[in-house]
Design a protein around this ligand. Structure first.
Ligand code: PEP
Ligand code: MG
Length: 326
């Protein structure tokens, strides 16, 4: 069995009917950067840059960030994409060297892009670092916690300002960098169509999307029975975003924790998702599942999933398909 895992780590896989499902990894620290070299994948779907800020004793400089982004990129197979998510601080993530305002509901508060748009020096330093590290590389940028179109427009305006500055300074940078947003707040999922003209891709963050759709704190054990990424409301929303992506030819990936779970892999593929991003250690099992499924067969389950009574019914349905696979 362990020999099979070793083989799967480095294998390139497709479905029985020859379709490619892209398997990306989520990186949130040094351990995963190390693991990257071991597990062959199709890129980094989510670089959680918070760890660079949290491990430091002050806001990391432009050069420190460039070094880190280059280090992460060099651990990837050649020319595979690296999606760098801009700082998602706040919520449960604090910095030792910065006093965040006290908030009654930090998860509904001053977090991620909201913080960055009010702290332009910090935001611009990161954008400069990403643009410069991206020169001649397959690096993309992604904004977290988007709840309104105006936030994307404003972030993109700042990105253009930063490009102009780099131009004046005659520094090399990635001029045609692709920009994406996390879909992790219900308003963005519902109104996904309004965002297509401002972005190149979407990435669905089911960890936060689940907590905001169901109003159940992702860290609170008292409501962990309500916090359920397989809830029919979540799956119908994912399907909605997936259909918008298809209609406008924008890539839609899923980078929440569920993307690495066997049942979710089948489910998400049935809903038209072809890009999954997960912890590196989940990659072999995901490959095993992909190798064993027929995409056309799986897609037949879409309506059943969307019309199911509840998540138990969906899980039962999908578990049957997984018998003998994992
Ligand atoms: C998510 O919310 O699903 C996500 C991937 O982001 P994070 O877990 O870092 O909040
Ligand atoms: Mg999130």
């Amino acid at each position: 069995f362990s020999k099979e895992i070793d083989q799967l780590k480095v294998e390139d896989v497709s479905t029985l009917d020859g379709e490619k499902i892209n398997l990306h990894v989520n990186i949130g620290g040094d351990i995963e950067i190390e693991q990257l070299k071991e597990f062959k994948c199709d890129g980094i779907g989510l670089l959680r840059t918070e760890f660079i800020y949290m491990e430091n004793d002050k806001f990391p400089s432009e050069d420190e960030q460039i070094k880190m982004y280059e280090k992460v990129y060099s651990a990837l197979p050649e020319n595979k994409p690296l999606i760098i998510r801009t700082l998602d601080i706040g919520g449960d993530k604090k910095l030792g060297y910065y006093d965040m305002p006290h908030e009654e509901n930090p998860f509904l508060g001053f977090r991620a892009i909201r913080f960055c748009l009010e702290n332009l020096d910090i935001f611009k330093t990161q954008l400069r670092a990403i643009l410069r590290a991206g020169y001649n590389k397959n690096i993309k940028i992604m904004y977290p916690m988007i709840s309104k179109v105006e936030e994307v427009v404003r972030a993109n305006t700042i990105l253009e300002e930063v490009k102009k500055e780099l131009e004046i300074e005659k520094l090399n940078y990635k001029k045609d960098i692709e920009v994406g947003i996390m879909i992790e707040i219900p308003s963005a999922a519902i109104m996904a169509e309004r965002y297509v003209e401002y972005v190149d891709f979407f990435s669905i963050g089911t960890n936060d999307l689940t907590q905001y759709v169901l109003a159940a704190d992702r860290l609170n054990k008292l409501v962990s029975n309500i916090y359920d990424p397989y809830d029919i409301a979540i799956l119908n929303l994912i399907n909605h975003v997936s259909e918008i992506g298809k209609k406008y030819n924008k890539k839609v990936s899923v980078c929440g924790e569920m993307a690495g779970e066997p049942i979710a892999i089948i489910l998400l593929i049935a809903l038209g998702i072809k890009d999954l991003s997960m912890l590196p250690s989940f990659i072999p099992r995901a490959k095993k599942i992909i190798k064993s499924i027929d995409l056309k067969e799986i897609k037949k389950y879409k309506e059943k999933i969307l019309k199911a009574k509840n998540s138990q019914e969906i899980k039962k349905l999908i578990t049957k398909l997984l018998i003998g696979v994992v």
